[in-house]
Design a binder for this molecule. Structure first.
Ligand SMILES: [Cu+2]
Length: 360
């Protein structure tokens, strides 16, 4: 593939092609690292078996390999690939996004300095793509301020094209809204632009590019912008506060910039309460489904729900944020994934929008 082909390709297509090819290579590598016997030959034969099987179904052509493939062997090969993917979870990759950023204080003003630039980003083991990022992270650094804080965000643009930062969901004075030609000139390559405001409506918000956004956000120019309330409700109190940014751009189907098996599990102790802040920065709806326990929805787009409501599958549309509480009362490792199944699983195993909630 040419280096810039991903700019033209729909993310889903890239994800599927990339994941199938790379998944085999990756699982072989991770299985070997874990000491599994003959992992490479298992995976290669599994791939050939499945490929031959697919050919039999599609055109009735002869399998390219000498040995005839039995359906049972093909089924076993499929199982081995699924198992290898699960066993490698959580797989290590270079780079971690969504890291909490500490501001620099200028008097009483919290100053966040961001630089937008290109990088290489590993979404799953061995699967490295071009990314456009804030401070070399995808998602960009997690910004958390308190309602009423004075906030200054300074963006330096080292990208080859213009950009701007929009604070999605934050009810700001018009001049701070970050939309080129509506509220500000574009921040051209090499320029620096400063936003400053007093943090208004609390809740789970986002920041992202609002210029050539399908490309820029798809390549990683997004992050969580959380305004903590002065007076939190009792139901908001949780032992673990986890931000889960969903995206489906050029990097495929990702949670916090990573695809399964490189996604990060949420780990809790029995009896703990976990708050999950879903943020969809993608272009598709992703029904997030948790096994074993229900989720209690306490806020939508940062606004507290009139009455909390329960579910196990929660549709998160582009631009939406939902805050949920999970009462971790059921021990075990629970699958936690998007329920549009082609975003999560193929005949080669799980990929993309899959992680786990582990209750110990
Ligand atoms: Cu999905």
């Amino acid at each position: 593939m040419h280096e810039n082909d991903h700019l033209k390709m729909p993310g889903a297509l890239l994800s599927k092609k990339g994941s199938r090819r790379d998944f085999l290579r990756n699982t072989a590598v991770t299985a070997l690292a874990g000491g599994a016997l003959a992992a490479c030959s298992i995976d290669e034969s599994a791939a050939q078996t499945l490929k031959a099987n697919e050919m039999d179904h599609s055109g009735g052509t002869m399998a390219p390999n000498p040995a005839p493939i039995t359906p049972a062997a093909a089924a076993d090969a499929m199982d081995r690939m699924h198992e290898a993917g699960i066993k490698s979870f959580p797989a290590k990759t270079a780079g971690k996004g969504n890291q909490l950023m500490q501001p620099r204080m200028d008097g009483a003003v919290k100053v966040y300095e961001l630089t937008a630039r290109k990088l290489r980003w590993e979404t799953a083991p061995g699967q490295t793509v071009e990314g456009w990022a804030y401070n070399d992270q995808i998602p960009g650094p997690q910004i958390r301020v308190r309602e009423g804080d004075r906030v200054r965000l300074v963006l330096k643009n080292e990208l080859p094209e213009s950009t701007a930062v929009h604070f999605h969901g934050v009810e700001l004075p018009n001049a701070q809204d970050g939309v080129p030609f509506i509220t500000q000139p574009p921040i051209k390559s090499g320029q620096t632009f400063t936003y400053e405001f007093t943090a208004p409506n609390p809740g789970s918000h986002m920041y992202h590019s609002h210029h050539n956004a399908a490309t820029q956000v798809g390549l990683g120019m997004l992050g969580a912008f959380i305004i903590e309330p002065k007076n939190p409700l009792p139901i908001e109190k949780a032992d673990i506060d986890y931000v889960l940014v969903i995206n489906d751009g050029m990097h495929g189907y990702t949670f916090n910039g990573k695809s399964f098996p490189a996604t990060e599990p949420i780990v809790a102790k029995l009896g703990q309460k976990v708050r999950i802040r879903f943020m969809n920065e993608g272009m598709m709806i992703h029904p997030m489904h948790l096994h074993g326990m229900h989720m209690t929805v306490i806020a939508k787009d940062g606004w507290n729900t009139p009455a909390p409501w329960k579910c196990d599958t929660l549709n998160v549309a582009p631009g939406e944020r939902y805050d949920v509480i999970v009462n971790c009362n059921n021990p075990g490792t629970w699958a936690f994934h998007c329920h549009i199944l082609p975003h999560a699983e193929s005949d080669h195993g799980m990929f993309g929008m899959v992680t786990a909630l582990i209750v110990k």
